[in-house]
Ligand binder design. Structure first.
Ligand code: 7TS
Length: 416
């Protein structure tokens, strides 16, 4: 079947691409690895430069002008992020380094206090290692048991089993909103409601959803939500943990040090209110300010529009790549997923494929994508993955297609 990309009507992305310095020049990269880390919008870079050039100083301590300015900009970023995910209060937004640290914070602070040896933690087989290893470590510390929602061959969660898996022993359900490998958008609202009906607490790994879809933490009713700035046009080094107020307020500190205390004596201390209690030491000030501007940028474009754009690209990518002989595409149909397509070409190692694609200026990720249990489910060691964002074009898909054919010509013949 011949696929004509003009049948699809992508959003106009030329103007959006001008907002990303990396795409300037005559032969821009076809950057298809935004699930690993997105590109940074110029307004984010300018906001961070503005801090360093004009009011760089520490926060929450200075009684001079530029420190007050830095504190205000940092707290303003917290407000913007709270609004972006529809948190009730800004104090429910804790700045961390990334999704991984947000989840570890919950595993230590909430987990150590609330999980015991007879308890169960329910995960899924499609979790990123970030939302698996912290719970394995917690289970080792406490003697708790990990249980798993299976994945169907189509790449959806096997939710028929949910009623059996959720029992009065289930204390925590920790699930990804969107799979970083398959792109599957999981029905997290339904799972959260079912988990709450047995009294379990729910953490949603939103690393791949908050950057790409409208996410409303209050509507989802999740107890915790974790995501990273670097996947949403923001800088590296800053992430977010959202939590319900009553849970955060009960939780003991994770890291100890400056900024998180109320009063310190030789032998003991009392701790600050949330969110400061969980932000020990000097935080990533410029990065938090940059993330606030990334949120402004995404809000201006609209997350519905971003998602619709990715759906068009992923529709086209599915049709186009399906034309290739010997391709296996993993995961659900385009309509049920975000902008990720994961595949293998028969007889070609995905690392070799990625190497050939790189020679044509196409950047994809190849490997296990930090989701080894999911690879084991599919009986593969690695896959190639192209992931799309608001700045990608149909032409990027064509370049991926052409590069895949080139790899087949170069490698399949040699290996075959
Ligand atoms: N959870 C999911 C669903 C992810 O996709 C990632 C990163 C993380 C957690 C961890 O985020 P971090 O910012 O703490 O590292 N995913 C990927 C990826 O797919 N390729 O590289 C990183």
């Amino acid at each position: 079947m011949h696929v004509d990309r003009n049948e699809f009507h992508p959003l106009e992305v030329d103007r959006i691409r001008e907002d990303f310095p990396i795409f300037a020049g005559d032969s821009p990269i076809a950057y298809l690895d935004s699930a690993a880390s997105s590109q940074t919008a110029r307004c984010v870079l300018e906001a961070m430069d503005g801090y360093y050039e004009s009011y760089r100083s520490n926060i929450h301590r200075g009684i001079y002008h530029i420190s007050e300015e830095a504190t205000a900009a940092y707290e303003d970023a917290r407000q913007k992020i709270a609004r972006f995910i529809s948190a009730r209060r800004a104090s429910q937004v804790v700045f961390t380094r990334n999704t991984t640290e947000s989840i570890n914070l919950v595993a230590h602070s909430w987990g150590n206090a609330n999980i015991g040896r007879d308890d169960e933690i329910l995960l899924t087989v499609m979790e990123h290692h970030s939302n698996l290893v912290p719970w394995q470590l917690l289970a080792e510390r406490t003697g708790a048991t990990l249980r798993f929602i299976e994945v169907t061959d189509e790449g959806l969660l096997q939710l028929d089993d949910l009623d059996q898996l959720l029992t009065e022993r289930t204390k925590l359900v920790a699930i990804t909103h969107v799979s970083n490998v398959l792109g599957t958008i999981n029905p997290v609202w339904e799972i959260t409601a079912a988990a709450h009906s047995v009294g379990a607490t729910v953490l949603i790994d939103a690393a791949q959803s908050v950057p790409h879809l409208p996410v409303d933490a209050q509507a989802l009713d999740c107890d915790f939500l974790a995501f990273s700035g670097h996947k949403m046009c923001g800088p590296t080094g800053v992430g977010v943990l959202y939590g319900k107020r009553e849970l955060l307020e009960e939780m003991p500190p994770f890291l100890g040090g400056g900024s998180m205390i109320r009063a310190v004596q030789r032998e003991r201390s009392t701790y600050a209110d949330v969110p400061a209690r969980f932000e020990a030491g000097t935080p990533a000030i410029a990065e938090a300010i940059g993330l606030g501007h990334a949120v402004d940028y995404l809000e201006k474009i609209g997350l519905d529009a971003v998602h619709a754009h990715e759906q068009q690209i992923i529709d086209y990518a599915h049709q186009k790549l399906s034309e290739i002989d010997g391709i296996t595409i993993y995961g659900p149909k385009p309509r049920m997923k975000a902008g990720v397509i994961t595949f293998n070409l028969e007889g070609i190692h995905p690392h070799d494929l990625a190497g050939v694609l790189d020679t044509t200026g196409v950047a994809v990720r190849a490997g296990h994508h930090c989701a080894q249990p999911l690879m084991q489910h599919y009986g593969v060691i690695a896959t190639a993955r192209a992931s799309f964002y608001l700045y990608n074009t149909m032409e990027d898909v064509d370049r991926l297609y052409d590069g895949a054919l080139k790899a087949q010509n170069l490698l399949a013949r040699r290996q075959g």
